[in-house]
Design a protein around this ligand. Sequence first.
Ligand SMILES: Cc1cc2nc3c(=O)[nH]c(=O)nc-3n(C[C@H](O)[C@H](O)[C@H](O)COP(=O)(O)OP(=O)(O)OC[C@H]3O[C@@H](n4cnc5c(N)ncnc54)[C@H](O)[C@@H]3O)c2cc1C
Length: 306
Amino acid sequence: MTQRTALREELLVAAPGRVRFEEPMRLHTSFHIGGPAEIWAEPQDPEELRRLLGIAAEAAIPVTMVGGGANLLVRDEGIPGLVVHLSGPGFQTFRRTEEGVVAGAALPLEWLIRRAQEAGLSGVEFLAGVPGHVGGAVRMNAGTHDDEGEFHHFGDCIHSIQVMDLDGQVRLLPAEAIGFAYRSTNLNGRIVLSATLKLSRDDPRAIAQRVQRLWAFKKKTQDWSAPSVGCIFKNPPEKSAGWMIDQAGLKGYQVGGAMISTRHANFMLNSGNARAADLFSLIEEARARVLQKYGVKLELEVQVLP
Ligand SMILES: Cc1cc2nc3c(=O)[nH]c(=O)nc-3n(C[C@H](O)[C@H](O)[C@H](O)COP(=O)(O)OP(=O)(O)OC[C@H]3O[C@@H](n4cnc5c(N)ncnc54)[C@H](O)[C@@H]3O)c2cc1C
């Protein structure tokens, strides 16, 4: 038996029915783009996750996390090693404790908002219209303007998080230890298992109204007409990335099946059968033109895997 075959058999035993090989990543990304994950695993609880990480460490293969896939650009060549996608009720909890609500990493943000609203708890409704899961939103410190121009970050409502390190150790990190900044944290190499959120009491109907208003605002200001990852670039301090790409004359610019949105120039769309390579060409073109016109180097917000 080859080493790779032995590894595959070990993984299948560690998480029966929840490991697949050569899994197309286009099925797991909002872009619908990406080559295969060599090993795709959907652990249902921390024990199963720890077993998988132990096997990966022993075989010295890389481990990559995928949440809702709403901020990923996966290369056409795919992702080598183990790709972990937490799933199942064990990672989708919504539990009230003295410190706050404990939300599982695999809980979709839409469910989080709905559960909080039903419980009369306010503080996460600003995430309405931001796709993804709690774990990915923590890692990215997801954030957005509301319809009154105020900026909110997920990090602002986090009390603490539970993480598992790649050696299987579980730790509780207070918010101050996470290094929350604009679309970034210091969580590389750590797996978010859950987040404890500071929420405040409010009337469920008032929360529902705010959620509806924010959804309408997102639909008006963003482009949801084709698969995307939301904004491709971070906004530099000078001006918004979308405004500069627009001024550089790139709205509607296409490479293969990928296109810069005609509505919001920081959105790149999979308008057909786009490959990751098409997106990289668009990204390079936008960067080059904005650098030439404004002297600003655009930094990616989307996470490129691997
Ligand atoms: C139409 C559209 C609109 C959007 N609008 C916004 C917006 O307004 N504001 C905003 O901030 N974002 C926006 N986004 C981007 C996206 O919704 C956020 O970045 C979201 O937080 C991604 O969560 P995810 O679970 O999909 O993470 P993924 O895309 O799966 O992963 C993102 C990163 O987190 C890591 N990761 C995932 N899960 C874990 C985990 N459990 N532990 C550790 N690391 C993990 C991944 O390795 C990767 O580095 C938008 C996307 C789309 C498609």
